[in-house]
Ligand binder design. Structure first.
Ligand SMILES: Nc1ncnc2c1ncn2[C@@H]1O[C@H](COP(=O)(O)OP(=O)(O)OP(=O)(O)O)[C@@H](O)[C@H]1O
Length: 288
């Protein structure tokens, strides 16, 4: 099943609600919640797909460019990797349903690995996803996967070749796995921007790449104030106390969040306390 619709229509909200209902009925162990990235996983209190299914990030063939000749009885499993096999079987033995959120970030190649891993883990090699029911949630108009092929991308017709790269095999199998989705639920009611219908309509046009020049003016009128944009929106203004800002770096996000926390504590006449964390592990190649 696929639950889809524009951002802010409540897809993640439903995923969270299902989780709570199942926990209430002591059936939480039958469901797993995964997402392609750490941030998306955190929103549903889940794990990344790689962690939840023990999929190694590096490939057996690191370049992905090496060619394999198909039809020589070669087993696909040799180019896949599943670690801690018995641990994985134990962890997944009671799981019947897997939710994957932010599906636009899921590549065909990774879906192929999810399918293979579940077949192996559930010991049902003949069944798609090892017989586990997959519920995808997300919006395919949003960000595509990094370094992989989007699930909606059609596969080019077979060029009568017997030589095919690992990456291509994964892509084709992932696309076939995606094609097993037979139920689509469309979300359309806007919750996140319900108090700002003008903005919601412009965002909807941005989603379908049909923005007007007025939309561009509207977006530009909402740029946060900075040295580059001295006339921009002042997030410290009480009018914008509940406004969400979209930023392009984690650093800027942290900066805005801490300023907002200080403003909120001043408005509510509360003291703000900053706890500095000390990094004890040495991470090579990372600058702080
Ligand atoms: N049925 C609902 N009733 C009340 N509030 C809701 C409902 N559904 C969603 N919301 C609220 O609307 C906001 C957006 O919801 P949510 O994050 O689930 O949307 P989404 O479709 O997953 O968006 P995105 O595609 O950007 O991840 C959240 O603050 C959520 O709490």
């Amino acid at each position: 099943m696929l639950m889809t619709g524009p951002g802010g229509t409540g897809k993640t909200h439903v995923v969270r609600a299902v989780k709570e209902v199942m926990a209430h009925h002591n059936a939480a162990h039958q469901l797993r919640f995964l997402a392609p990235t750490g941030s998306a996983a955190a929103l549903i209190d889940g794990m990344t797909i790689h962690k939840g299914l023990g999929i190694r990030i590096e490939k057996a063939n690191k370049s992905g460019k090496g060619n394999r000749t198909i039809g020589e009885g070669e087993d696909l499993s040799v180019i896949m990797s599943v670690k801690n096999k018995s641990k994985l079987r134990e962890e997944w033995k009671n799981v019947d349903v897997l939710f994957i959120d932010e599906v636009s970030l899921l590549s065909a190649q990774l879906l192929c690995e999810v399918d293979y891993t579940l077949r192996y883990t559930k010991e049902k090699p003949q069944d798609w996803f090892g017989g586990v029911t997959l519920i995808f949630s997300g919006d395919l108009c949003q960000y595509p996967p990094v370094g992989g092929t989007a699930l909606w991308m059609p596969i080019a017709s077979n060029k009568e070749t017997r030589t095919i790269s690992d990456k291509e095999i994964h892509k084709r199998l992932g696309r076939m796995a995606w094609k097993t989705v037979d139920t689509v639920i469309d979300f359309w009611e806007q919750y996140r921007m319900k108090d700002d219908p003008e903005y919601a309509e412009a965002v909807q046009r941005l989603r379908t790449r049909t923005c007007t020049l007025d939309d561009v003016d509207l977006f530009n009128s909402r740029v946060v104030r900075s040295l580059d944009h001295p006339d921009g929106v002042d997030m410290g203004n009480a009018h914008y106390a509940d406004a969400a800002a979209i930023v392009d770096t984690n650093r800027l996000r942290e900066d805005l969040n801490s300023r907002k926390a200080v403003t909120n504590s001043e408005v509510k006449n509360r003291m703000s306390i900053v706890n500095a964390a000390q990094i004890s592990a040495l991470l090579t190649g990372v600058n702080y």
